[in-house]
Design a protein around this ligand. Structure first.
Ligand SMILES: [Cu+2]
Length: 451
């Protein structure tokens, strides 16, 4: 089958001899893959923006206390007819304009116009938020101005609520638990209860795997007391933040005292790979000291965040623990945040759900023994850090559709919700898309973008 510029919109017949469930499901993804692979010709260039001057275009600040600022718009030559330039705020909850259109006539064209932008207050500790005043293409009967699209203005609205301070004293109990695997709604297959090891914050409760996400701030001391309520010895570490050779016998405890210096996601857990595979892992999320919605201090901004702890699990290890055959690890479950695909696709803490135009920071920690190559449909995205190493300049980071999160590593990506619709995120290794052989019950979730 050949797709070309000239026949892109024509349907082509494809004969399918025997459609298995897997093939039928993957055919659903076909149109998306084709759309990504094909390009359309560039439209003719719009009139040059240089005839309309906007200054400044960056560095402007408003505040939730109501502080306003302004930018100046001027024409560089006389038009033959009236020129109107529509303007819009991309975020009226942070900054608003006092007019919607800038108008120049052949008489007043030489007088620059000052455009005020006013900071808008809210009662949310949402940090300093970047927004844009979009300068839309000019409308004029003078064809040499009509469609001229000047540069947009980037502003920051300073927050006036202090950020909520996360709890700084934590206790994690090492204990046992159960991972519940849900069934396919269509076939009813896949349900299972898998014994696991995990962490709990309450000594009377079962442990979860992953353990609870611990929130922390750069520069703020954090303590975690780890108590071994399990019947064998364990250790605890946080690669990049804390190492210890101390062995915790049953009922012994260990005190972690750290002050994080770099924002990001860190994996915590048992440094022994067997104990980790049986469920002893979790994540710490460190945010910038000022609580702003940026990946790190002065780093890229986001509007929503998600944290994914992914892992693989060999059921025979979990059922026989601690007597596992270390030379035979054949994982048959692949989980995001302890959930199989059918659950993760509906879990609001996991799905990338939001409005078109939002950017979601996804922090990922792979606690498993296998690399996971995650493919995001719908949009290209930027990988902004891997294993704590940040990209120097986000603008120069390549736009990709897949990230390979290596075993025992971490990564952060910025995912833009660019177009409305529901799209899959899935792993690009066939077996990892399954939960004990049930297709689509492995590593998978959804991107859900609303208009
Ligand atoms: Cu894919």
């Amino acid at each position: 089958m050949t797709m070309e510029q000239t026949n892109l919109l024509q349907f082509q017949r494809i004969a399918i001899r025997r459609a298995t469930d897997a093939l039928r499901a993957s055919l659903l993804f076909w149109p998306l893959i084709l759309l990504n692979a094909c390009t359309s010709p560039l439209p003719p260039p719009p009139p040059l923006e240089k005839d309309i001057s906007v200054t400044p275009t960056t560095g402007l600040v408003t505040s939730e206390n109501g502080a306003s600022t302004f930018f100046t718009v001027s024409l560089r030559r006389q038009p033959t007819d009236d020129v109107s330039i529509p303007i819009q705020s991309t975020n009226e909850a942070e900054g608003r304009l006092t007019k919607e259109t800038i108008s120049f006539s052949p008489d007043n064209w030489s007088i620059p116009q000052r455009i005020a932008v006013v900071g808008v207050d809210d009662n949310i500790a949402d940090g300093d938020i970047r927004y844009t005043i979009t300068v839309l293409p000019a409308v004029s009967a003078d064809n040499s101005f009509n469609g001229a699209d000047a540069t947009d203005v980037i502003l920051t609205n300073i927050d006036n609520e202090s950020a909520p301070q996360p709890v700084t004293n934590h206790v994690l109990y090492i204990t046992t638990g159960v991972i519940e695997i849900s069934a396919s709604k269509i076939s009813g297959n896949g349900v299972a209860s898998l014994p696991s090891w995990g962490y709990s914050t309450d000594p009377t409760e079962a442990g979860t795997s992953p353990g609870p996400i611990i929130d922390a701030l750069v520069g703020r001391p954090l303590t975690i007391r780890v108590v071994n309520r399990h019947n064998i010895a364990h250790q605890f570490d946080i690669p990049g933040l804390f190492t210890s050779t101390q062995t915790l016998l049953p009922n012994e405890s260990l005190q972690v005292e750290i002050t994080p210096t770099e924002a990001g996601i860190y994996r915590y857990g048992d440094p022994d790979v067997v104990n980790r595979s049986l469920g002893l892992f979790g994540a710490i999320v460190v945010r910038p000291a000022n609580g702003s919605k940026t990946a790190w201090n002065n780093g890229p901004a986001y509007s929503q965040e998600r944290n994914w702890v992914i892992a693989d699990l060999d059921e025979t290890w979990n059922r026989n623990a601690p007597a596992v055959n270390v030379s035979r690890y054949n994982p048959n479950y692949f989980l995001i945040n302890g959930q199989n695909g059918f659950s993760a696709k509906e879990d609001t803490a996991t799905t990338l759900k939001g409005s078109v135009g939002e950017t979601i920071l996804v922090r990922i920690a792979n606690a498993g023994q296998y690399d996971q190559s995650l493919h995001f449909h719908a949009s290209h995205f930027k990988i902004i850090s891997q294993n704590g190493i940040k990209v120097r300049d986000i603008r120069e980071a390549p736009s990709v559709t897949t990230i390979n999160v290596k075993r025992a590593s971490t990564a952060m990506i910025l995912f833009p919700l660019a177009q409305p619709g529901i799209y899959p995120v899935h792993v690009h290794t066939a077996q990892m898309e399954t939960g004990n052989g049930v297709y689509l019950n492995g590593t998978a979730t959804f991107i859900i973008a609303e208009e």
